[in-house]
Design a protein around this ligand. Structure first.
Ligand code: NAD
Length: 479
């Protein structure tokens, strides 16, 4: 099967006629091909978007909202098919894609379809002399680039606000997980989205991604991916004075105090460590536990994680699916080796799994818990982005805070305590853009989403996302 670019409302082969293999990570087999596009395909997409922009921007919020709601409904109608496709492309369990990825992709469209109807702008009275009002207009063309871990979920998290606010989009999904983006383009064609409003160009980051970032007619880039890629994008885009939203890597702390609700904490910590094979930027990969609770936690956590079944993503009994690619699996395994070299002890997991049957050649790793490491070692400072967590005891609030804030990242953090004063104190001092107290991944799409330090620049979500894709102008009228 061949995935095709979606440009100007048409399904096109790449101009180069070159293709890339697309793997199913659960079986290790090539099951489709994707366009190996380049700057020429991006140029075509820009021309199509420029042609579509005036009419799309002039359509008005209500009509644009209707289109987005139609896309949301079409995603919902295809929930099972999309979930299966997401699982085949990414390796995640089908059941997870059904309850997380695809419903959230639908919600991204319906959320921004309705949010745009509630947008308003401010006025400022300058004494009796003048009145100022803020006039908002779409930026024009927006470039949206997304990663492989939550493919349709994160792709649509950018596309939906960009379209809702009246922009036309040139989007690039990860070349590792392109399938549901392709299916989204089929949906757009089917519901009659005007040609050129959304253009999806498939291919490699350094070819298609960088052509989008460096294109002079794309003034806004919304990117989610690794910190290193984000730095490269900033290097290219900053001298062009582009608007940039960068959602990057993380190394999130999970801080567990002895006074927490133990059962709730334990259940959630298993999820926050290993959901989606630990390949969620918000997973808590460094677990700090107050010393008086450490042994009890360790025993219970190891027991629960040992019981997690790893294997065929199509089997609903499996909690952990395949790692997204061979290359990423090898990276994760190399970090487990590094952890041991750094003096860590693997309490459970640590090795590749070879399931029987159709997944024998897939890329599976046991959920892994490591203890005995210093919080400053590489294993605890660098992003692994897989089913690997470390556990460490702490003796005081100050020590926990220092360890939690010690990495160059600042995406999210979780705090477990029944002491609200302590929770507030900690939350205010943690260097993270998103903090959960006694929960994890509880998302309200209106809240600002993004990281501090090397985890990113800017915030997505709610009106912040609509603002990003909007140009604001102050108009001052002398009274
Ligand atoms: P990546 O940076 O390798 O790739 C992300 C996207 O950027 C892909 O589409 C890729 O093709 C493209 N790309 C690569 N080089 C490019 C270039 N030079 N110019 C433009 N585009 C380029 O990231 P990944 O491996 O796909 O995803 C994993 C990373 O994403 C992890 O670091 C994870 O923490 C991060 N992530 C962050 C968030 C967040 O919200 N902060 C969410 C999910 C994932």
């Amino acid at each position: 099967m061949k995935i095709r670019n979606y440009i100007g409302g048409e399904f096109l082969d790449p101009l180069s006629h070159q293709w890339l293999d697309n793997y199913n990570p659960a079986t290790g087999e090539v099951y489709s091909q994707i366009p190996d596009s380049d700057g020429l395909d991006v140029e075509m997409a820009v021309l199509a978007a420029q042609k579509a922009f005036p009419a799309w921007a002039a359509l008005g919020e209500e009509k644009r909202s209707e289109f987005l709601m139609r896309i949301a409904k079409a995603i919902d109608d295809r929930l099972d098919t999309l979930a299966l496709a997401e699982s085949m492309d990414n390796g995640k369990p089908v059941w997870l894609a059904k309850v997380m990825d695809i419903p959230r992709a639908r919600d991204n469209f319906s959320f921004f379809a309705t949010a745009i109807l509630h947008e308003s702008s401010s006025t400022h009275k300058t004494g009796t002399e003048a009145i100022n009002y803020t006039y908002k207009s779409p930026i024009g063309l927006a470039g949206c680039i997304s990663p492989w871990n939550l493919p349709l979920y994160l792709f649509t998290w950018k596309i939906a606000p960009a379209l809702a606010s009246g922009n036309c989009v040139i989007a690039k999904p990860s070349e590792i997980t392109p399938m549901t983006a392709f299916m989204l383009s089929e949906i757009c064609a089917e519901i009659g989205l005007p040609a050129g409003v959304l253009n999806i160009v498939h291919g490699l980051g350094p070819k298609v991604g960088s052509a989008i970032v460096s294109h002079k007619d794309i003034p806004a880039i919304s990117f989610t991916g690794g910190t290193k890629t984000g730095a490269e994008i900033a290097r290219v885009a900053a001298p062009m004075f582009k608007k940039l939203s960068l959602e990057l890597g993380g190394k999130n702390p999970n801080i567990i105090f002895a006074d927490c609700d133990f059962d709730k904490m334990l259940r959630t910590t298993v999820s926050s460590s290993f959901t989606n094979q630990g390949e969620i930027c918000l997973c808590g990969s460094r677990i700090f536990v107050e010393r008086s609770l450490y042994d009890k936690f360790k025993t219970a956590f190891v027991e629960k994680v040992k019981a997690m079944k790893v294997g065929d993503p199509m089997d609903d009994g499996n909690k952990v699916g395949a790692i997204v690619s061979r290359q990423h699996m090898e990276k994760v395994l190399s970090y487990i080796k590094l952890a041991q070299e750094e003096g860590g002890t693997v309490l459970t997991g640590g090795t590749q799994v070879h399931p029987e049957g159709r997944c024998a050649n897939g890329y599976f790793i046991e959920p892994t818990i490591i203890e005995g490491l210093s919080y400053t070692c590489r294993t605890n400072q660098e992003e692994i982005f897989g089913p690997v967590v470390t556990i460490m005891p702490f003796d005081s609030d100050e020590e926990a805070l220092e360890m939690a804030n010690s990495t160059p990242y600042g995406l999210s953090a979780t705090i477990w305590t029944e002491n609200l004063t302590r929770a507030h104190h900690f939350a205010h001092q943690l260097q993270s853009g998103i903090i959960w107290v006694n929960c994890w991944l509880l998302r309200d799409l209106r809240t600002p989403f993004g990281g501090m330090k090397q985890s990113g620049v800017g915030r997505e979500g709610g009106f912040e996302a609509l603002d990003f894709f909007t140009e604001k102008k102050n108009i001052c009228i002398k009274l």
